[in-house]
Write a protein that binds this ligand. Structure first.
Ligand SMILES: [Zn+2]
Length: 363
């Protein structure tokens, strides 16, 4: 179904699963192939994700993000609050750490606090962006959400983390790029508002992987060559045959497991997956733009956020980028932004990378 048709029926198609990090088909595979305990955790998570979809619609009706900070001469000011849901599904829960407070003994609280901070600092320092909405949005996160909840999501106004089932998945605060991924959904929602369907949805997902990975690279001061380009490393327990949820360097290679199945991501348009599941395979086909970004970053060398990231960030903010953009439309704007920001060498590198993943950006 075309995005415009869906929009006419339901309003804008935005992250219907609350922008969660795990695609529903992965959870469905666990529900099919896992043991009883794994199945229960996956089914509980799927059920809750479904409920969240409805509550998210309500949230949007009630109004957008709640609290915006002041942005004055002092520049961007972080304002983080971490809450504890105490294993309930009530948001946001009780305050357990506010901005400036010292670290306590709860590793999830500390990882959430640090991850929000790292993402805020990255966007502020690399792109002069004042928080998710570029207007000083306070960053809120809730940990210990639900019981054995196998997911993390951005609900349009805050981050929410499950503890994982401690069988297939560790705690969802464990990967910095997952936190960066989720918060970037907020940035994309504020800028391009790419619909969460088909190619535009895969671009939405890819942008979250791109900037999620860059947050991690920025903290680690890694060059494009040094970075692992993995999304969600550490999320899987030792029981799972896999290193992460996705690989931007080698899409399709992140996991191959009897319960979770095989990483379904293509790295090229020749492998584009046509499906009605997961909003047209938004977590699957994102492998194609992900790999294009990786190729640009490696071709240009150095810190990926400086050139490749800047080109993608400029494209995300480009007023010509439509909410229903295709890969090709996005790629063409990348080429133009590369030339505008840097020059012919960078323009050619971007054109070549998109061409290598099967997207003609020069025509
Ligand atoms: Zn996502």
């Amino acid at each position: 179904m075309a995005a415009s048709t869906l929009e006419a029926m339901h309003g804008p198609v935005r992250c219907p699963h609350g922008c969660s990090i795990l695609p529903p088909d992965l959870l469905r595979r666990i529900a099919r192939n896992g043991n009883r305990r794994q199945r229960e955790a996956a089914l509980d998570t799927l059920g809750l994700d479904h409920t969240l979809r409805a509550s998210r619609a309500t949230l949007e009706l009630l109004g957008g993000p709640a609290r915006r900070g002041l942005f004055g001469l002092a520049g961007a000011i972080k304002q983080r609050t971490v809450y504890d849901a105490d294993h309930t599904e009530t948001l946001p829960g009780r305050v357990v750490r506010s901005e400036g407070a010292a670290a306590g003994g709860d590793v999830e609280v500390n990882e959430a606090y640090d991850g929000l901070g790292a993402t805020f600092d990255f966007f502020a320092q690399a792109y002069d962006r004042n928080s998710i909405d570029d207007a000083g949005l306070h960053l809120d996160a809730t940990v210990h959400y639900g019981q054995r909840y196998d997911n993390a999501f951005w609900n349009g106004r805050q981050m929410v983390f499950g503890d994982g089932d401690d069988d297939l998945f560790n705690r969802f605060t464990i990967s910095l790029d997952v936190i960066g991924h989720e918060l970037t959904h907020g940035v994309t929602g504020d800028e391009a508002q790419l619909v969460y369907l088909g190619q535009a949805g895969a671009l939405n997902e890819s942008l979250s992987d791109v900037f999620g990975s860059l947050v991690k690279q920025y903290v680690r001061r890694q060059t494009a060559e040094q970075a692992d380009w993995l999304i969600g490393e550490g999320l899987f327990t030792a029981k799972v045959h896999g290193v992460a949820l996705r690989s931007m360097k080698a899409p399709g290679s992140a996991f191959d497991d009897p319960v979770l199945g095989r990483d379904p991501q293509p790295a090229n348009m020749s492998g584009y997956v046509r499906t009605s599941a997961d909003n047209g395979g938004v977590h699957t086909n994102s492998g194609i733009p992900n790999h294009a970004f990786y190729l640009v970053a490696v071709a240009l060398g150095g810190y990926a956020w400086e050139k490749a990231g800047r080109i993608w960030y400029d494209t995300l903010r480009d007023r010509r980028l439509k909410p229903t953009a295709t890969f090709r439309q996005f790629a063409r704007l990348c080429v133009q932004n590369a030339e505008h920001a840097f020059g012919a060498h960078e323009r050619d590198a971007v054109t070549a990378a998109w061409s290598e993943v099967g997207v003609a950006a020069d025509a």
